[in-house]
Structure formats: structure tokens, C-alpha cells
Design a protein around this ligand. Structure first.
Ligand SMILES: NC(=O)c1ccc[n+]([C@@H]2O[C@H](COP(=O)([O-])OP(=O)(O)OC[C@H]3O[C@@H](n4cnc5c(N)ncnc54)[C@H](OP(=O)(O)O)[C@@H]3O)[C@@H](O)[C@H]2O)c1
Length: 296
């Protein structure tokens, strides 16, 4: 793998939804994204993305698995904001792993989106030894090679992984020309992936948080509710701000206008170091899936 110089100063304090983190290849990525999983109704998806863009989001996260690429692409293409001001992420699903299959899947997704390029393309889940025995390594390496090809062909501005722990990233890097620029993982108060966070910080890989609200489950936590009350904010806003203050990029999803707005309104307060610590310390909750044991 080429030795890109590790820079550790790319995570700055963000003050607005238009502020960006900078990936190690210099690409700027808006610091909060709009999640679109489980918005499969066409009208809902178009309306939600239009609402999000109207409220300032410039970063949309989708995947072929979500079966909403046509609607998301339609919304992006009809929202009135120039394409180059928007950041669109896609993901290659598990059934499309491998070099040729990944290239074909990307092509299909790009056509469904109605776009000329994606800003970021991710491997959705690593192939694991439980499901693929000794083949898991080559499957992941070949899939990654396809992402590098898309990057060198200029069809994507950045490439990365999702749900990869250090074990999976290390084997990719054995044959990779470049390391991932992003790792998108399940992350929220009560679920802090310390090993992955440390590895990614060392490698200057940006962490994106999926289920940044614990898919709604963290919103009833009493400690979080008590802290949020002090700042006159909601627990959802507290979770998202806590992630931003850690240099992590949250991807909240909602189909409700007032929540889409609420989730974007997280730049007018700072959580104190003491409260950050208190949030870090809340009771741990289990992850939805373990990359080592999933068989989908
Ligand atoms: N890479 C991966 O493997 C992976 C896996 C899962 C998700 N993701 C990405 O990450 C995004 C976010 O994750 P997620 O959708 O699982 O969970 P999430 O954003 O943590 O939570 C979404 C849930 O919380 C509710 N909600 C949103 N804002 C709220 C607020 N302010 N107050 C109260 N409830 C609120 C939503 O309901 P309403 O819609 O009814 O408001 C929805 O039920 C996804 O949409 C997807 O883009 C990636």
C-alpha cells in the first residue's frame, strides 16, 4: 500500500451543517449526513430528501440494499441545489462482493441514482470467516480492488468501508493501493467502538455513525434526558452533538419534517467536557449486528 502521510489535523470544530470534515485525500465531506434506510416508499423518500436539503443538509447516505436509489437520485436531481454542492454516498451490498460483481453493482446503482458519479462508495459489510471460511480475505480484497478502480476512473471521489473492525481493515491493506477514507459503523451513546475508533484515528480514517440515535432506542435514556434538559435541547440533539464533538460524522434518519429540522439544529451549543464524560459513561447496550457473526 502506498504510504500516504498520516495527517491528524483534519477534524476541526464544526459550527454549521455546511461545515465539512476533510478526508485524507483532500475531499471535503459535510459534517452531518441524512440517513435514508427504511424510507422505501418513493414519495416519502423524495419528500424527506427534499425537506432535508431545504433545511441545510448537503450529504445524503443511501445504499443499494435500501431499495430507494431511484427516489434518492430523483430528489437529488430535482432539489434545485447544484449537484456539486451535494455529497451522495452509496454502498455495495453483500451479494455483489467480488471484483466484477462490484463494478457491475456500482454501475447499476449509478444508473438508478441518475448520477454521473458518487461522492463516496463503501463496502457495506465485510465478508467474514464464519460465512466464507478461508475465502473471506480474498473476497474483501477483490471487492476493495474494484472500489480502487472506480476511484482511479473518477467515478467516485472517495472510497471506504462500513462495519469493518481493525481485523478486516488490516487484511484489506495487505493488498490495497490506498487505505479506506471512511469507516461507517454503528455508533451512539452506549455503543462506543473503542478499538475501531483508535485504529481509524491512527490511520486518519473518518468515522461515520450509523444509527446515531440508536434507531430511537437511546432517546429514553434517563441520564441523557437529564443532561439534555440542562442545555434546553432534545436527547436526539444531545446524541448528535456528542458525536460531532468526538469528530464523528452522524447520519440521522427521519421522515418527519420537525425531526429532520431538530436533528440539523445542533450547532448552537457545546457540551462541556464533564457532560461529554458523563455521556461516555452511560450503560453499554448491545450492537445490532456483529460483523464476525452476521451471515446476510
Ligand atoms: N452501514 C450500515 O450498515 C448502516 C446500517 C443502518 C443504518 N445506516 C445508515 O445510517 C442512517 C441512520 O441510522 P438508522 O436509520 O438506523 O437510525 P437513527 O438515525 O439512529 O434513528 C432513526 C429512528 O429514530 C427516529 N428519529 C429520528 N430523529 C428523531 C428525533 N429527533 N426524535 C425522535 N425520534 C427520532 C426515526 O423515526 P422517524 O423517521 O419516524 O422520525 C427512526 O425511527 C440510516 O438511515 C442509513 O443511512 C447504515
Amino acid at each position: 500500500m502506498s504510504s500516504n502521510r498520516r495527517k491528524k489535523h483534519r477534524i476541526k470544530k464544526v459550527n454549521s451543517i455546511n461545515d465539512c470534515y476533510e478526508l485524507y485525500n483532500g475531499v471535503k465531506i459535510p459534517c452531518e449526513g441524512f440517513g435514508t434506510y427504511l424510507i422505501d416508499d418513493e414519495d416519502d423518500a423524495i419528500r424527506a430528501v427534499h425537506t432535508a436539503i431545504r433545511m441545510g443538509y448537503r450529504h445524503i447516505d443511501t445504499a443499494s440494499y435500501y431499495q430507494n436509489e431511484e427516489s434518492i437520485g430523483h430528489a437529488v436531481n430535482s432539489c434545485g441545489v447544484p449537484r456539486e454542492q451535494l455529497f451522495v454516498t452509496g454502498k455495495v451490498w453483500n451479494s455483489d462482493r467480488g471484483y466484477d460483481q462490484t463494478l457491475a453493482a456500482f454501475d447499476k446503482s449509478l444508473k438508478k441514482l441518475g448520477l454521473d458519479y458518487m461522492d463516496l462508495y463503501l463496502i457495506h459489510w465485510p465478508a467474514n470467516p464464519k460465512q466464507y471460511r478461508e475465502d473471506w480475505i480474498t473476497i474483501n480484497q477483490k471487492t476493495w480492488k474494484a472500489l480502487e478502480k472506480l476511484y482511479s476512473d473518477g467515478l467516485v471521489r472517495a472510497i471506504g468501508v462500513s462495519n469493518f473492525t481493525p481485523k478486516y481493515m488490516e487484511v484489506l491493506m495487505e493488498t490495497a493501493k490506498m487505505r479506506p477514507m471512511v469507516d461507517q459503523i454503528e455508533y451512539h451513546p452506549g455503543l462506543m467502538r473503542d478499538e475501531t475508533i483508535t485504529f481509524c484515528a491512527e490511520q486518519d480514517i473518518l468515522i461515520e455513525a450509523w444509527s446515531p440515535l440508536g434507531r430511537g432506542a437511546m432517546l429514553k435514556n434517563e441520564t441523557l434526558a437529564k443532561i439534555a434538559k440542562k442545555y434546553h435541547i432534545t436527547v436526539a440533539q444531545l446524541c448528535l452533538r456528542w458525536e460531532l464533538q468526538k469528530g464523528i460524522l452522524p447520519l440521522p434518519k427521519s421522515v418527519k419534517d420537525y425531526r429532520i429540522r431538530e436533528n440539523a439544529d445542533i450547532f448552537h451549543f457545546d457540551i462541556t467536557p464533564e457532560d461529554m464524560q458523563a455521556i461516555d459513561s452511560i450503560e453499554r447496550v448491545p450492537a445490532k449486528h456483529n460483523p464476525d457473526t452476521v451471515i446476510f
